[in-house]
Design a binder for this molecule. Sequence first.
Ligand SMILES: Cc1cc2nc3c(=O)[nH]c(=O)nc-3n(C[C@H](O)[C@H](O)[C@H](O)COP(=O)(O)OP(=O)(O)OC[C@H]3O[C@@H](n4cnc5c(N)ncnc54)[C@H](O)[C@@H]3O)c2cc1C
Length: 488
Amino acid sequence: MSGEISRRTFLRGTMAGAVVIAGFDASLRSWVSAAEIDRATALAEDFPSFDGMLLLDDASRAAAADDFGHLVHRQPLAVLKPGSVSDVVKLVQFARRNNIEVAARGQAHSTQGQSQVEAGVVVDMSTLATVHEINPTNALVDGGTRWLDLVTQTIPQGLTPPTLVDFLELTVGGTLSLGGIGSQAFRFGPNVDNVLELQVVTGEGELVTCSATNNVALFDAARSGLGQFGLIVRARVRLIPAPPNARLYHAFYSSLPAFLSDTETLIDDGRFDTVQGFAVPDGAGGWLFQLETAKYFSPGNEPNDASLLSGLAFNPGTQTAQDMTYFDYLNRLAPLIAFLRQIGVWDLPHPWVNLFVPAANAQTLIGETLATLTVDDVGQGPILIYPFNRELFRAPFFRVPDSRHFFVFSLLRNAVPPTPERVAQLIAANRALFERATMLGGKRYPFDSVPMTKHDWQKHYQPLWGKFVSAKRHFDPDEILTPGQGIF
Ligand SMILES: Cc1cc2nc3c(=O)[nH]c(=O)nc-3n(C[C@H](O)[C@H](O)[C@H](O)COP(=O)(O)OP(=O)(O)OC[C@H]3O[C@@H](n4cnc5c(N)ncnc54)[C@H](O)[C@@H]3O)c2cc1C
């Protein structure tokens, strides 16, 4: 067997404490390290050679069995840190032949095990994070690139993606697998509608380039595809000229109807470049509504505050304005997140719920929820409330309400105390809120923590459930990809 060992030993590098896999025992269905290889009974002949590393050690597997939610822990058998796109192709082909499940992990900012895979292989996309090309209209980036790393390179060149997520540490591939919403989406639509081309490794292990004119079915499936059809290894994302500065406005409302109505006015009249909002404690057990908008400008052309704020029904005297660079605007959450990491809030369980609700029912859902919600129910986490224009959400599998305007309503909870009982209570509350939202024409943004049945998923995709299933049969016929979503 020792001749076979050298043939099948594919160590391509070392990491402190990491155990690199050297083979796969096909009869025991287990991975084998170099040290264990002579104990293996039936090494798979077709075990590939990787440019990166396939890891077996406990620390690597435990890290891949956790995510931002810290609620679900599914232990993979191995973690691939790909050194190339071809590593992803080889892994998926090998996994398919050997009936092993695979999931991509961006930065694991989903909250319910969506990027995890029990007894399968997690592909840690963070090692595929190169910005390959930036030109005046688009950038070609690896799927594991964080938006922060992209804008750090584009902004000095006067360029930016038109629409960005609020938290720039999300990956391009993970965001495009969900949808990608943020403060500019009311004007430019979500990230999935601002991507020109994708390179996808399908569940059959084929590397396919797709766009709105080429392999359209895969382009439509992979965008907001929740990792069901392929792994996004590269994306060509749209760029536009970046403004130099932003003036950030805040103002507070006591009235939910006035707040909702003003935010709809603002996404219709487009006087601001960004529109967002939050519910914040009013200090007396109730809630205030905080409008957050920004207007871009270049020095010498400062915005006219009076005209921008005219006609809005916020509580007089609560408005503020603050100038900053465009980059600091995009990265505005960084100081808060550094603080939350420092005080340990980042490590708490996060049973988040993130819903989209038609504008006509926003007041009902949000009003009745906030009537009984306490600050403790969100563990002082933020509550997001802001609207979008439906016509700009075109990627078919990004499921949002069918109404001209719809709102995001998110309870970004910290579970305090961080006990299993408290987590279970909050997840049950998420489920109840999801059911109420669904009755009101709402949809879920499925990176959050809501238990779903197969029937819920069918409803989620209706009337496109049949298309979703046939895309799965076509692109991932053996159903090896991304089981953590629990759809199939
Ligand atoms: C603090 C925080 C802030 C957030 N802010 C926003 C926001 O502003 N806007 C917004 O839209 N969302 C936001 N989200 C949600 C976020 O979009 C999702 O968490 C999404 O999961 C992207 O994060 P990620 O890159 O870490 O991907 P992961 O969570 O690692 O992956 C998400 C899903 O996509 C799959 N996947 C990951 N990479 C790929 C790939 N390359 N190809 C195919 N499938 C892949 C995974 O298997 C998993 O099923 C936020 C989440 C957190 C925790």
